[in-house]
Every structure is written in C-alpha cells, then in structure tokens.
Design a protein around this ligand. Structure first.
Ligand SMILES: [Zn+2]
Length: 206
C-alpha cells in the first residue's frame, strides 16, 4: 500500500488570494483534486468575511424585483411569496454591503442581488425549502469570482448565478461576474494602506 504524502502547500483560491492548506494524498490525481477543490473555494479570511456579513441584521430598505415569469397567475403568486421570504432574509445583508468597498463584500452584495433577479417561477418553487446559509452564500461568492461552479459541486443547487447563466437574462450574471473581477483587480493594483499614525502618548483626550 502506498503511504500518504502530507505537507503544507500554498494554493490560489477563487478570490485570487493565496492560502496555505495541508495536502494529504496517495496519488497525483488525489493531489490534483485537492488543489482544484481548494481553488474553487474562498480563502479563509474571505470566507470569514462572508460569514460575518451573512449575520448582518438591522433595518433594510425595500427591494425592487423584476416580475416573476410563470405559467399561471396562481404559480406566479406562489413563487412571488417564496421570493419575498428570501428577500426578507437577504435585505439586511444587501443593506450592510451597499457601500462596502472590499471586493468580497461587493461580491456578497452582487450574489444577493442576483438571487432576487431570478424571474423563473420554477426556480422559486424548486428551491422553496433550500436553506439560505452562510456556506451557501460563500459558494455563490466563489462562483461569482470563478464565473462558474465545478460541474459536480454540491453548491450548484439553488444557485442564482447558474440559473441566470442558463436563462435569457444571462447578461445580468455576466455583468456581475465582470464587476467582481474588476473589483479584485483594482484591489491588487491599489497601494497598501499607509501605516496607522503614531499615537500621541500624552493625549488623554481632554
Ligand atoms: Zn480571499
């Protein structure tokens, strides 16, 4: 039996940040799978940021949503109620990320907006019991960075990005993917923030 090779390795994440993970494999194909899998997820600090933003609470503004496309009025009504339920959950997150310049916060905002742009009634009916969780949101943010999700990824379920990509409204998803890519490119180009000004030891705040 082949012994396992285990060592820490630096990998590139979906958000283009680098992360160190522990690779542990018996074959080259196992190693490749682990590296690819790491590359389809967010780095540790982006994942934490998404989780933190997911917990946002507080006041939220009304959200404008496009009309539902359905086979009947009854179906449209039902799908609208399902969507309103999701909108209520996402509203505080949208509000918390509205003016946040961090690329991953921007991507969170885009992912929530995309979810509520899905017009097809079937999507809302098929996903009416799908939970909106922090890990679901992390998956959608990773998909926005990548412009896709790997074909066997369980996060494909209930994914507004994939739903829109395969619909007549795919330009909405493509625009969001392009905007997120631009945000991270600008982050890479911007100079590091200046060091904090030294504190005046004798300032007692009088
Ligand atoms: Zn990251």
């Amino acid at each position: 039996m082949l012994s396992k090779t285990t060592y820490p390795a630096e990998v590139g994440r979906a958000c283009r940040h680098k992360d160190t993970i522990t690779l542990s494999y018996r074959s080259v194909s196992e190693k490749t799978t682990q590296v690819l899998n790491a590359g389809s997820h967010l780095c540790g600090s982006c994942a934490d940021l998404v989780k933190e933003l997911f917990e946002a609470s507080g006041p939220s503004a009304a959200i404008e949503m496009p009309p539902i496309v359905a086979k009947s009025e009854k179906q449209a009504g039902y799908a609208s109620r399902m969507r309103a339920r999701t909108a209520a959950r996402l509203a505080p997150i949208l509000e918390a990320t509205r003016d946040d310049p961090r690329p991953t916060a921007f991507a969170v905002h885009q992912a929530c907006k995309l979810m509520l742009s899905v017009r097809r009634a079937d999507f809302w009916l098929n996903n009416k019991d799908a939970p909106i969780t922090a890990s679901w949101l992390q998956g959608q943010v990773a998909a926005l960075y990548l412009g896709r999700l790997p074909s066997k990824d369980p996060r494909r379920e209930n994914s507004p990005i994939l739903e829109l990509m395969e619909s007549p409204y795919k330009a909405i998803a493509e625009d969001a993917v392009a905007a997120v890519r631009l945000a991270i490119a600008q982050e890479k180009d911007s100079p590091p923030p200046p060091p904090p000004a030294p504190k005046d030891e004798f300032d007692f705040g009088f």
